[in-house]
Unconditional design. Sequence first.
Length: 520
Amino acid sequence: MKKGCLILSGLLLSINILGGCTTTNRHEQDNLAQVDGGIVAGIQGKNPAVTVFKGIPYAAPPVGSLRWKAPQPAVPWIGIRKCDRFGPSAIQQPQAPFWVWTKEFIIDTAGGYSEDCLTLNIWKKSTSNNKKQPVIVFIHGGAYTSGGSSCDVYDGEDIAAKGIVFVSINYRVGILGFLAHPALSAESSDAVSGNYGILDQIAALKWVQRNIAAFGGDPGNVTVMGQSAGSGSVNSLLISPLARGLFRQAVAESFNFAGRTLPVLSDMEKSGKESFKDKTLQEMRSMTADELLSVKYQSGPVVDGVVIPKQPLDTYKSGTQNNVAVISGNVEGDTALFGLITAKTVQEYKQAAVNTFGNRAEDFLAAYPAADDSELNQTLNRLNIDNMNALQYMFAELRSISGHTDTYIYFFTHQMPGNDGASAFHTADVPYFLNHFSEARAALWKNEDFTTGRIMSSYLVNFAKNGTPNGKGLPAWKPAEQTISLKELGGSFSDINFTPEKELLWKNFYETKFGISVGT
């Protein structure tokens, strides 16, 4: 009898015959799944009802001749692949805690860094019925140049325990994920280059479509979710025809494409050529990872006519976006990264207002006054927060020009306990959405943290299941409509509304800037 694995009544039984598949016990057999490439074995989570699979390859290693090419199918393996540890993170500068981001926000470097990074992780709850569970696919942040799925804050165990199959992915970042170059475009069948990281994400979503049923997931109900550059990636997927039909809902944390102009392929090809000077493509592919990390290049999505056919504003105006329900929002501390105006004195503030608002500058200065320098920081903070929230509303309005799906917008204000500043900092909403409270802060968590996590994770689970965050026992969350209104996540979970005067001011400003008319 030849070596092999039998599938009996849906249960994968491993048989060790003449050096065949690795022998497993009955408990391990319950944690097996057949996927592209072979059989994978998961491990029990901290919650015994949850099984975790880490480091599953969803594509071939993008190395050698596959460097700077679209992801290819995973390489098959023999026997059972034990998936008990995260795969390597994408090539990047070594990561360590910095500024407000403590250890739980930094990738687990035990797995190292490698070009062979196209892996994903799955948390799933064991069920006694055959009902398929909704799926969430999480895309990490890191400014398109760093990050990975092994951060402690991305742990999906609690969400899985609530009846969701939770998937997190690695993808190529930096110059390996986003290099545009005329030689790369010339060898491409589509005559484009640059969006390899986005293509990785699309490949992972296609892998989910083919394989997630083996983990109890419903390929017909996938929510794509990301934070920071992961949110930028979600926004890219929302306007990419290559991602059409791969997800039904989207969650975008701390970034949206309203008002964003992406670089175009021709400009980035020139930049890529300048970065590598006269090197041939063969020489570029022969460079070591360390050599590549020393090359200066601006990484991020590019309008290439194929993966991202046109600018976000043009996509929404033409109604060619992927029309799915969306949750989108910011955190209070995002103004440190996405502030509209910066100034050190009132005089600088007034000049910045003229530069930004033009003939509307006096109206904005009247709505956001600063009599002297002592009031300036408070004024700038209020203006920049209102701008972020107004842009979230405009994102919803752009989506509604020709779309018919709801957008739920939020503003996260809850301060995480610890020495991380006086407001909710960038990325601080992730642990609450996933209801995962790191042991690194075990002595700091309070009842209000657990309450905030319970409500926010319930919103997320409801949204993944039904396309709306609303559910029994939760503060009602209205989708964006005629007026600027957001759900505060944290505190009393009340609605945040603009005064009529400020609402009209921001609407008129962005209506003119975007060339659209929105509800009044």
